[in-house]
Design a protein around this ligand. Structure first.
Ligand SMILES: Nc1ncnc2c1ncn2[C@@H]1O[C@H](COP(=O)(O)OP(=O)(O)OP(=O)(O)O)[C@@H](O)[C@H]1O
Ligand SMILES: [Mg+2]
Length: 279
């Protein structure tokens, strides 16, 4: 069998509180290849923490434990801070909701992309510039030279997001985690960025983990969907068969979706039930 891209078993993230450690991610497991995995769940269900844990970005006092955390043949649990840094950007990258938090506001876009490259590949300056410009073009930016010279605040939200994707992809990672990458964008730009991600995933053969609140969007875009509720994966679905969902939380989400049948009627609101966690 081909080696999976990512193997996670029993990943748990806890934070200390006066009344003892509180888990915010509980026993998360995922084995994936170069496919598109969606992670959905309500606010606070642990989606971002899971992503951060997979990339070694949980800061103390948060604590990460796992039986397995492996990217291709590399065991990540034993990595030093320096090892994690080398991994991120080279083999794995993360795109965040708002490029403002990920792009450095006082550096030009081109320099930021080149910096990522310089960390990982000993190539000449001229070649770095060419690679950065080519990457900006690859993410659908028509005037790469202008964007290359721009500061983040000079770009629109959609352009900033594209620049961020370019920065993440320039070192050819195998795994990309996108945490609400489009929620700050308007509908049209959102579609464009999703289509771009789709093309990049297909062309470059990446594995993608897409985190979102938006179940229909994730279902359209991904192959498999993990549903998280209060720190746990409560259901794993084939994106083509959402109707097969059995967990009440997922069924509740589905019932809240507008459809021709519900048009003109009030949508049901979702209430929670403590017994869901046990399911
Ligand atoms: N530094 C921290 N210390 C303690 N608890 C934290 C810390 N950061 C996050 N948490 C808790 O971890 C839980 C999971 O948070 P996480 O950010 O993963 O949720 P999420 O599913 O990404 O939510 P959203 O959809 O709002 O982004 C939340 O209950 C949050 O309060
Ligand atoms: Mg989040």
């Amino acid at each position: 069998m081909m080696q999976p891209l990512l193997q996670v078993h029993g990943l748990t993230v806890t934070f200390p509180t006066p009344s003892g450690p509180v888990p915010v991610v509980r026993d998360f497991s995922l084995t994936m290849g170069r496919e598109k995995i969606g992670v959905v769940g309500e606010s606070g269900s642990g989606k971002s923490m899971t992503a951060r844990a997979i990339l070694g970005l949980v800061r103390p006092p948060g604590q990460v434990t796992a039986r397995t955390l492996q990217l291709e043949d590399m065991d990540l649990m034993g990595l030093s801070p320096r090892g994690w840094q080398a991994l991120r950007g080279k083999k794995a990258g993360m795109i965040l909701q708002d490029p403002k938090f990920s792009l450095n506001p006082i550096k030009r876009i081109g320099n930021q992309i080149e910096e990522t490259l310089r960390l990982h590949e000993p190539i000449r300056r001229g070649e770095r510039r060419e690679r950065a410009l080519a990457m900006l073009e690859a993410v659908g930016i028509d005037d790469p030279v202008r964007v290359y010279k721009s500061y983040p605040h000079e770009l629109s939200g959609g352009m900033g997001q594209r620049a961020m994707i370019a920065m993440m992809l320039v070192s050819s990672p195998n795994l990309l985690i996108a945490d609400e990458p489009t929620s700050a964008l308007d509908v049209v730009v959102r579609e464009q960025v999703l289509r771009l991600l789709d093309t990049l995933v297909t062309d470059r053969g990446l594995g993608l983990i897409l985190i979102s609140h938006d179940l229909p969007m994730v279902a359209r875009f991904c192959d498999r969907i993990l549903v998280m509720y209060r720190g746990r994966v409560v259901e794993t679905l084939d994106a083509r068969y959402l109707d097969a969902a059995t967990h009440p939380y997922t069924r509740g989400l589905l019932a809240c979706l507008p459809s021709p049948a519900t048009r003109g009627h009030m949508l049901p609101t979702l209430s929670r039930d403590p017994s869901w966690e046990a399911a």
